[in-house]
Design a protein around this ligand. Structure first.
Ligand code: SF4
Ligand code: SF4
Length: 171
């Protein structure tokens, strides 16, 4: 867990909720294990024709709202841990050819939640999971805006856990 130090306890709660959801979503994407074989190792990106596969969907700069206190905190911790994004013409400044995204956590909502249409179709066909990234992105944003209570967190986490379980039990 990231050490937050002396910040407001309500903001600290939001940051912890956010990082908890990020961890679960990372487990979900890792379990689905789709990106490397089907996109990142390919000559051409699945998402945009003409872009190299290794770039995947990380084609623009890192996107963040930056209007809420918890977002500033997350951004500060991210920069402290990973440095600032490089200034690049093509692809996100945190993307590298060797490692893909340099951020292992502390990403903005869109980067945590996004799933491209081919992967969405795969997850539906293979595991019967209907994943829509827009509401997930919105939920992450709502956490940062202090709009999520414990009951809503619990429902979100259970749903994600059931997705992960479904994939892990499918083999
Ligand atoms: S989400 Fe889709 S476009 Fe993005 S890296 Fe994965 S497979 Fe590629
Ligand atoms: S922060 Fe990472 S996931 Fe988000 S666009 Fe950049 S490289 Fe991609």
């Amino acid at each position: 867990m990231v050490e937050l130090g002396l910040i407001d306890t309500e903001i600290e709660r939001q940051v912890h909720q956010y990082l908890e959801c990020e961890t679960l979503l990372r487990r979900f994407f890792d379990a689905a294990d789709f990106c490397y074989d089907n996109c990142l190792s390919q000559k051409e990106s699945l998402f945009l024709r003409g872009f190299p596969g290794y770039l995947g969907c990380c084609i623009s700069g890192i996107l963040e709202g930056g209007l809420h206190a918890a977002e500033f905190v997350i951004k500060d911790i991210r920069i402290e841990k990973y440095g600032s994004p490089e200034n690049k013409k093509d692809g996100c400044g945190y993307h590298t050819r060797e490692q893909g995204c340099r951020l292992k956590d502390l990403k903005p909502p869109i980067c945590i939640a996004y799933m491209c249409p081919p992967q969405k179709e795969h997850i539906k066909d293979e595991f019967g999971i209907d994943y829509n990234f827009e509401p997930v992105k919105r939920f992450l944003q709502d956490i940062l805006e202090a709009k999520v209570d414990d009951a809503e967190m619990s429902v979100f986490k259970s749903r994600l856990e059931s997705f992960i379980e479904k994939i892990e039990n499918s083999g």
